[in-house]
Each structure stands twice: as C-alpha cells, then as structure tokens.
Design a protein around this ligand. Structure first.
Ligand code: PLP
Length: 405
C-alpha cells in the first residue's frame, strides 16, 4: 500500500495491538537499567559482567575470520544445521572429554549464547506454574528466561560451599520441581563454588528423582586459585545438562555457546531450537572452530586467568584496607564476580543512588534473589575495570558505605 492511502489511524495501529499477558508481565531488566546509569561519564563501574576489552584476541580472531571465508567459502555464509557445524561440535566434544565430561559429537548442540541454552531448557521442561529449584541468589538472566515461562521458584540458600544441598530433597517433595538450575562454579553473582561433596550429593538427588539438573558453567575454566573440582556433568554424565559458552573465554559478541546433553534430550532441544532461530551464526561457528583448531584457546585462557586473577587480588586488597571490618565479602577462586554483604539494615539499592553520585557503580543484589526479598547485598565485577582504576573505585565505594552505616 502506498503511503498516501494510509490514514493517521492506520499508522498508529501498533499501540493498539494486544500484547500477550505473559509478555506484559515481563519486567525490564533492572541490570540493564543499572548498566545504563553506570555508563555515565566519570563513573567507575564494577557493575557489568563484561570481559576485559583489552583481552579480546582481536588479531587472532581477524585471521580466523578471513580463514573462515578463504577455507569454507560460501559454506561459511550459508544456512547450516540446527545442531551446529560438525567440526566445531567435534572439537567441543573433545575439550569436554578432556575436562572429564566424556562426550561425542552427538552430545553437543551449538546455541546462540548460553542464554539460549537456558531458554531452551525452560522451553523444554517448564509449563506455567512449574517450580524450578535455584540457588538463592542466582543468575538474573536465567530468572528472566524462566519468568517468561511463568515458572515459580523453590530457592535453596547458599553458604561458602554453594547451595545447601541437604535442603534439596525436602524442596523436591514439597514443590515437585521440573528442573534444578545451578551455576555451581564461580557463581554469578556470588563467585562461590560448590564443594565436591555437595556436587556428588546433588547429582545423586537429581538422578534419584529423575529431575533434569542444569549446570550453567560459563566460568569454570577461569580459575586463578585453589584446587579444581569436577563439574556436575563430569560427575553425573547423562543425568546432567551442561551449558558452556565462549562468551567469557573468547568474546561474548560472537554469541556462540553449547549444550552438552544425552542424545535423547538433544533430539528435543534440536526441535525446540529450530522454532526459535533455525541455527546459530554459521560464520561465527567457523571462526571459533578455526581459533580452537589452531590451538589458540588454552594460551588465551591462561592470559585471561593472569589478568583477572591480578585484578581480583587488587580489588580484595583494596577492600581489606578501606571497607569497614563489620562487612563480609566472598573471595572467589575464579570467574568475574565477588559478592558483598552489608549489615542487614542497610539497603544496597538505596545506597546505589549515592554511589552513582560519588561516581562508582555496582549491581545491587535484589534482582538476583528469585523472590526479591534480600536487599543488603551487592555484586562487584573485577574483570572489566583496569588495574589503574580499581583502587580509586573501591575508595569511592568505601566512603559511600562508611557514610551510611
Ligand atoms: C551464569 C551465566 N549464564 C549465562 C550467561 C550468558 O552467557 P552468554 O553470553 O553465553 O549468553 C551469563 C552471562 O553473564 C552468566 O553469568
């Protein structure tokens, strides 16, 4: 229809469209709002979950991109399989096996970020009103995905060894959950890692009750201290759905990740994924395949570990010096985040406004709690800010805290 036939009323139609009620109920991501505020000029931000920009292996990725076109020609731009390109799935299966998760190519489905992996799990297992067991707190992006499916939450508190697994069986009996979701290693938001003993116990319970156990593991390879623990997938095999991603070990903008699961469940995920995006970005898959097959990934991760480990050490040292001794915080052995607890009466969300005035930002803890009922915690990211800027940011934050407690 040409423009002169459109009346004003016809042009304004979209405002009148009826949006599905479960979509209207979706909240705007509080984190995105916080990030918007945190990116104001002069603000030192410990808010985002962003990798260090100086660490992207740009030259290598450039070469891998050119090689992808030179080698795979039009295939690198073509539609491809929903499961992902076979050579990439092959090398991922090999790497997973190296980390104790015996896998074959058919166990690996490539996703558009782990966020899609989480979403596919929700699509596959959750009907409106179903319960999901999660840590309390948990990854806010998972809550967003689960909320879309109108999930309810059976939350399990954590201590320094992760989820209090001895409470899971009672929760299963009470709520009949359809899925257990955990970020068991260097958790987002707390940085806490589940102990080995609890890992075995959790896998046991999930298997005994036939409940899918989803282990979302974007940070497991970024360990800069302590002894490594087996992943839940390594312990539980087919009883566990493992989610992995190249977002933190390579570059999040490429949006390439994977689900490692039994072939039976991959058949379901494959169909579910077809409904949403047919397949993940073919070109990015070839790029990443080239990066992996050139043997670049391990050296790159070692450099990341050094960079993030140094930043974490500096941040902890500055906190030790400047934060009031009445406060508690985690000392993560890997990943990107640490977690701070203020005295119970202090609201971290209110304090945030003052922190922004003092030009420093964090993410307050409330949105990470599925029931939104805890407000005296906040998350600090140590991967994104530079070593030069971390001390000043912590000093600013310490002043805000001291003025308010
Ligand atoms: C625990 C967790 N899962 C999933 C994601 C999403 O990762 P991706 O970029 O692979 O979608 C993140 C990103 O911060 C995360 O922290």
């Amino acid at each position: 229809m040409s423009k002169e036939f459109l009346t004003f009323e016809v042009m304004s139609m979209p405002e009148k469209w009826e949006i599905a009620p479960h979509v209207l109920n979706l909240e705007n991501s509080i984190i995105r709002e916080i990030l918007k505020i945190s990116s104001k000029p002069g603000v030192i931000s410990f808010a985002g979950g962003l990798p260090a920009p100086e660490m992207f292996p740009l030259e290598d990725l450039k070469k891998c991109a050119i090689d992808a076109i030179d080698t795979y020609k039009s295939d690198s731009m073509q539609y491809s399989l929903s499961m992902g390109i076979t050579p990439l799935r092959d090398v991922i299966a090999e790497r997973e096996t190296k980390f104790g998760m015996a896998s074959k190519v058919e166990n690996i489905l490539i996703t558009s970020g782990s966020q899609q992996g989480i979403e596919l799990c929700a699509r596959a297992f959750i009907a409106p009103g179903d319960y999901i067991i999660t840590e309390n707190p948990t990854y806010v992006g998972a809550l967003q995905a689960f909320n879309f499916y109108q999930a309810r939450y059976a939350t399990i508190d954590m201590d320094g060894e992760g989820m209090l697994v001895d409470q899971v069986e009672d929760a299963i009996k009470k709520y009949k959950p359809k899925m257990i979701y955990t970020v068991s290693t260097f958790q987002n938001p707390t940085g806490i890692t589940m102990s080995e003993e609890r890992r075995y116990a959790l896998v046991d319970i999930a298997a005994k009750h036939n409940i899918p156990l989803v282990d979302d593991n974007p940070y497991g390879e970024i360990r800069f201290a302590g002894k490594s623990v087996p992943s839940l997938k390594a312990i539980g095999g087919d009883a566990v759905i493992g989610l992995g991603t190249f977002s933190k070990t390579m570059a999040p903008g490429l949006r390439i990740a994977w689900i490692n699961a039994s072939t039976k469940i991959q058949n379901i995920f494959e169909r579910v994924k077809q409904c949403t995006d047919l397949h993940s970005n073919t070109f990015a898959q070839y790029m990443i395949y080239n990066f992996l097959s050139a043997g670049k990934i391990d050296g790159h991760i070692q450099r990341l570990i050094k960079n993030y480990g140094d930043k974490r050490n500096l941040m902890l040292k500055e906190m030790e010096t400047h934060f009031p001794s009445s406060m508690k915080w985690t000392k993560p052995q890997g990943g990107l985040f640490l977690w701070v607890e203020l005295p119970k009466k202090v609201s971290a969300s209110k304090l945030f406004e003052e922190a922004i005035e003092q030009k420093v930002a964090y993410v307050y803890g409330k949105p990470f709690f599925p029931h939104g009922d805890v407000d005296n915690t906040f998350r600090l990211n140590f991967s994104n800010a530079s070593l030069e800027i971390i001390p000043e940011g912590i000093k600013r934050l310490a002043k805000v805290i001291k003025d308010n407690i």
